[in-house]
Design a protein around this ligand. Structure first.
Ligand code: CO8
Length: 269
């Protein structure tokens, strides 16, 4: 699939990974309305894609351009003159972007190479998981601006790190480094530099690319649906996704290949 050139995003395929780079390094890749428009367009296009072998992409790596920032948040210059109505529309647009990322049939890894603050941290949280470069820095600094998280941080940060850590980060606006992010479970892995970070994210996508595409899609949907549900409701949702797996060709191929001691070639159906 061809992606029209975007003003604020770089999109390139590398093996099984689609690498999406927010490209406004002079403004720390802040989420100006131009970036939000491009993210809406890109995620809208990706939303229609399946995993049935017609599309070679098996995962997405989301990162930021330059050496300093992943995304330093909402664009404070633009927010300076924003009315409550405009702020609501802005937040809803980013909710659409983050919800679409979560609904994609393939995993999205945030490769956080620098500042991931406010809306930047929230964008990373909408990804399936976060890898951090050694210079990564995370925070929800909205309290410094008289604001509150608006791009999903109130929901997803507590889901990721627990209510205690989420409260502390949001009330203090404190920035934490990559090691602390790893310690509290915000980041999954830590890499020495940006090259290693991107290589690590792509290697994980490549690893996932060898697995049954429908299993990954099915599990991603189930995990998102189950997140936060009481145990009984979660188990019901798991039964539904387990049952669905048995109706796929991938499951037939996978079980047959195991019993025949062969490597499965999954059709993605
Ligand atoms: N918005 C706009 N411009 C920014 C932003 C931003 N978030 N962050 C940095 N920039 C710009 C700076 O203004 C500066 O521009 P210029 O060169 O024209 O002066 C350039 O990027 C470089 O920044 P600095 O000179 O400040 O670089 P430093 O290395 O000294 O500092 C920091 C880097 C720490 C990232 C610092 O720039 C900073 O603190 N930025 C703001 C971070 C922040 O507060 N982010 C949260 C914003 S609020 C938010 O995201 C809420 C989301 C929900 C909103 C919901 C609906 C409206």
């Amino acid at each position: 699939m061809e992606f029209a050139p975007y003003d604020t995003l770089l999109v390139e395929q590398d093996g099984a990974a689609l690498v999406v780079t927010v490209n406004r390094p002079d403004a720390m890749n802040a989420l100006a309305s131009t970036v939000v428009k491009d993210l809406l367009d890109l995620t809208g296009r990706l939303a229609g894609l399946g995993v049935d072998g017609n599309w070679p992409i098996r995962g997405i790596v989301l990162t930021g351009a330059g050496t300093k920032a992943f995304v330093a948040g909402a664009d404070i210059r633009e927010m300076n003159s924003m009315s409550p109505d405009a702020a609501e529309a802005y937040a809803r647009q980013m909710h659409a972007v983050t919800t679409r990322l979560e609904a994609l049939p393939v995993p999205v890894i945030a490769a956080v190479n620098g500042f991931a603050l406010g809306g930047g941290c929230e964008l990373a949280l909408a990804c399936d998981f976060i890898y951090a470069g050694v210079r990564a820095s995370f925070g929800q600094p909205e309290v410094n601006l008289g604001l509150v998280p608006g791009f999903g941080g109130s929901v997803r940060l507590q889901q990721r790190v627990g209510l205690g850590h989420a409260r502390e980060l949001i009330y203090t606006g404190r920035r934490i480094d990559a090691a602390e992010a790893l310690r509290i479970g915000l980041a999954n892995a830590l890499f020495d530099d940006t090259d290693a970070l991107l290589a690590g994210a792509k290697a994980t996508i490549q690893e996932i690319a060898a697995k049954a595409p429908t299993s990954v899609d099915n599990t991603k949907r189930a995990l998102n649906r189950i997140n936060g549900l009481p145990v009984a409701a979660g188990l019901e949702a798991e039964v539904e996704s387990f049952r669905k797996a048995f109706a796929t060709e991938d499951s037939v191929v996978g079980r047959r290949a195991f019993l025949a001691k062969e490597t499965p070639e999954f059709p993605g159906r």
